[in-house]
Design a protein around this ligand. Structure first.
Ligand code: FMN
Length: 198
């Protein structure tokens, strides 16, 4: 299978980077083709400009490459921390610029843009890994776990027909080395279970 792994964390020594590295290594170890995008390291520009909004707009080569990777991925793995209940801005910009009309979704004929769009992405599985310093129960009760709704319903629910999985690791600031190793083992296990070799 061809899988896309996207990481948004500014620190290459972060736990998020370790999650992404574990996912990439596990998937390659299983014999899959992995397209890995480290948004900070590659200096991804998160700003969607006016000239890129139209469906037929000519895209900068780097955005065209990201769109192609997304369009070719049979599975998608997203990794980022919880920042104010949102992804880091660089990840939001990746969504804005890469999940394009006509490429990731489209409106059916006669729909002026108010209807429910049709997803165009071929991916059948998406996995989102988040890290947080808020206990899971408080994240859900006090904030409604916005990252779950954002990725499951607003992004993937709109652009693909897929099985959605998510793990929120935490509390990171209190976690031991042993706990983090156990979480990384869960990531490796997920990859084998969700993306089995045929
Ligand atoms: C700008 C910023 C905003 C943050 N907002 C939240 C938040 O809303 N909820 C939360 O639990 N943690 C928040 N955090 C903490 C991060 O989620 C935490 O540092 C990260 O998950 C730890 O993972 P890492 O070790 O890979 O950096 C925030 C951190 C930063 C830098």
């Amino acid at each position: 299978m061809r899988l896309l792994v996207v990481l948004a964390h500014p620190d290459p020594a972060s736990f998020n980077a370790a999650i992404a590295a574990t996912a990439v290594e596990s998937l390659r170890g299983l014999g899959h083709e992995v397209l890995f995008s480290d948004l900070y390291t590659s200096g991804f520009d998160a700003i969607l400009g006016r000239q890129e909004i139209a469906e037929q707009a000519e895209l900068p080569p780097v955005i065209e490459d990201h769109c192609r990777d997304l369009e070719r991925a049979e599975g998608i793995v997203i990794v980022h921390p919880n920042w104010w209940g949102m992804p880091p801005a660089i990840m939001k910009g990746w969504i804005d610029r890469v999940f394009r009309p006509g490429r990731a979704y489209r409106f059916l004929e006669g729909d002026g843009g108010e209807g429910v769009p049709q997803g165009l992405l071929p991916a059948r599985t998406a996995v989102v890994y988040n890290t947080s310093n808020t206990p899971a129960a408080r994240e859900l009760e006090a904030f409604g776990d916005p990252l779950e709704r954002l990725w499951r319903d607003c992004v993937f629910g709109l652009c693909a027909e897929l099985e959605f999985h998510r793990r929120m690791f935490g509390v990171i600031c209190l976690s031991s080395h042993q706990q983090r190793e156990a979480w990384l083992a869960q990531v490796a296990g997920d990859m084998g279970r969700l993306f089995p070799t045929e």
